[in-house]
Design a protein around this ligand. Structure first.
Ligand code: BGC
Length: 536
């Protein structure tokens, strides 16, 4: 098999995160569902994606929008039935679209049968499936702060002990030091793999292990409010994770072509931690690294972040790149609110789809869909309910997909579970399909180009000297050379290019394949994204 034809879907393909409740409502209850996603598979196939990361769909009381699972082997009725899920797998596979599920196993819901048993008595057989501790000198056993605010220890009066929760108190953490817990989770992975699921996005992997001596975390003002002003030295990212990752990997390796992508959640641990979770390509297949997502709109900062991320990868480690997800404001809202939104959206698209590594789109990103501002009365995310107005929660980036300019943006026949963005009559799939210069059509062309060019899929990456407002890099594979030039500024800038070579335009926001390229220095248009190839 030649290297060019050896297509590994999770490595060379393009993936897209779908928030199931917001994609398409097939049954008129205001919430998106699995049948709705099935109805949109042709759209996704046309976009050119190779896989879907499906947000959590297991049975859940929805304290954390499904990241609080009450039964790992079920589908929540809000989204449909197990038969619907199996149909989604079959229909997606027919179109060469892979499905990866969210695996949320740092914690369960407090409504999970295991926790209900665990809290019954100190000698219950499931007691040790969670992390229970006595009071220490009349106080909680450690000073650790939860990611959703407050301390991690919740007092349970029935058995007079605390249990640990890294997120909400309704999300008790599983005890990953207990082999019985591990075996049950691995069996659950097999349950889904046997159905044909192609892999898992593993939620907050670096939270699984905590210090067994429960040492206090040091206070750190620079760690900021979201880390509870402490450095999570003992409450997260403890040694021993490699063994767990190897065991999970062994489960996946028992099947053909399956994968896992780890979420390594804490910014303070930086890219090195995300890289460590991939080992030498033998632990997680991919892991998310969020420094690009947290970067400001500044070409020089992007250069630094990309270099930092790529530098820590092991020889077989493979980057995966993400600009938006369900936990952060969308990229166009962060980087392009106000003026020139669609132009900047195309620069982001070109970056994500020409960078070395697996790109993960977030649904709606391909139409430049912005956040939908939320009012107090519409808040659904518990984070927003608890901390309004200081923190408004994550609803804005989870708003319904904008399919057309008709009622409810073509998302539903009734009022959707979250408010629609006011601008859906302009920003929607139907309108953009008709416009050859739309963001959607640019994404489609970029994805098609990536599929066609081995240098973009799997080639080397090297930054090219440029103006501070320009990010320029070469992607090379054998004798194929592609040059990407991205102007982050709303002004013309000059980019020097190798004048010993002839260049042709592969794709650009302001030029066509006929445009001549001046070898002595290219006058790059404001917010231009340009992809050139050496013309041999
Ligand atoms: C998910 C969040 C969730 C948290 C707890 C995160 O990383 O992406 O949406 O609230 O894990 O499960």
């Amino acid at each position: 098999m030649s290297a060019e034809t050896d297509f590994i879907w999770w490595k060379h393909g393009v993936l897209c995160e779908i928030w199931p409740r917001s994609y398409y409502d097939s049954n008129g209850d205001g919430s998106g569902d699995i049948q709705g996603i099935i109805q949109k598979l042709d759209y996704l196939a046309e976009l050119g994606i190779d896989g879907i990361w499906l947000g959590p769909v297991n049975k859940s009381p929805m304290v954390d929008s499904g990241y609080d699972v009450a039964d790992y082997r079920s589908i929540d009725p809000l989204y449909g039935t197990m038969a619907d899920f199996e149909q989604l797998l079959a229909e997606a596979h027919k179109r060469n679209i892979h499905i990866i599920m969210d695996m949320v196993v740092n914690h369960t819901s407090d409504q999970h049968a295991w926790f209900k048993e665990s809290r019954l008595s100190r000698d219950n057989p499931k007691r040790d499936w969670y992390i229970w501790h006595d009071r220490k000198r009349g106080r909680p056993p450690s000073n650790w702060k939860a990611a959703m605010g407050g301390g991690v220890w919740q007092w349970d009066n029935a058995t007079k002990q605390y249990y640990l929760h890294s997120f909400f108190k309704e999300q008790p953490d599983l005890n990953w030091r207990n082999p019985a817990v591990r075996q049950e989770i691995y069996a659950t992975m097999r349950f889904w793999l046997d159905k044909g699921v192609d892999g898992f996005r593993c939620d907050v992997l670096n939270y699984f292990l905590k210090d067994d001596q429960l040492r206090d975390n040091p206070t750190s003002l620079s760690a900021g409010i979201f880390n509870g002003f402490q450095k999570h030295l003992y409450s997260r990212s403890q040694p021993g994770m490699e063994e767990i990752l190897r065991q999970m990997r062994a489960v996946l390796d028992g099947y053909k072509d399956r994968m896992m992508v780890g979420e390594v959640f804490v910014a303070q641990d930086g890219p090195a931690m995300a890289a460590a979770f991939m080992g030498d390509g033998d632990l997680c297949h991919l892991s998310f690294e969020f420094s690009l997502l947290f970067t400001k709109w500044d070409a020089a900062r992007f250069k630094e972040m990309i270099n930092g991320w790529f530098a820590v990868l092991s020889a077989k480690g493979w980057p995966c790149n993400v600009l938006s997800n369900h936990d952060q404001p969308r990229a166009v809202t962060r980087w392009a609110a106000g003026a020139d939104t669609q132009k900047r959206a195309k620069v982001m698209a070109a970056l994500l789809l020409t960078l070395r590594g697996t790109p993960f789109l977030y649904y709606g990103e391909e139409i430049g869909m912005p956040d939908s501002p939320i009012k107090r009365g519409d808040v659904m995310d518990t984070v927003g309910k608890m901390y309004w107005p200081i923190v408004k929660g994550r609803d804005a980036e989870r708003s319904p997909m904008q399919w057309n300019a008709g009622p409810q943006a073509g998302f539903s026949s009734v009022k959707p579970w979250l408010p629609l963005n006011a601008d859906y009559s302009e920003i929607n799939v139907a309108a953009q399909e008709k416009d050859p210069l739309s963001v959607l059509n640019f994404y489609r062309r970029l994805i098609a180009l990536r599929r066609e060019k081995p240098a973009l899929q799997r080639g080397g990456y090297e930054q090219v000297p440029s103006d501070k407002n320009i990010l320029a890099y070469r992607r090379t594979y054998h004798n194929e050379e592609i040059l990407v030039i991205l102007n982050f500024a709303g002004e013309r800038k000059v980019q020097a290019i190798d004048s010993s070579k002839r260049w042709k335009v592969l794709l650009g926001t302001q030029r066509s394949s006929e445009s001549a390229i001046d070898k002595d220095g290219l006058a790059v248009y404001p917010y231009e994204a340009l992809i050139l190839e050496e013309d041999k």
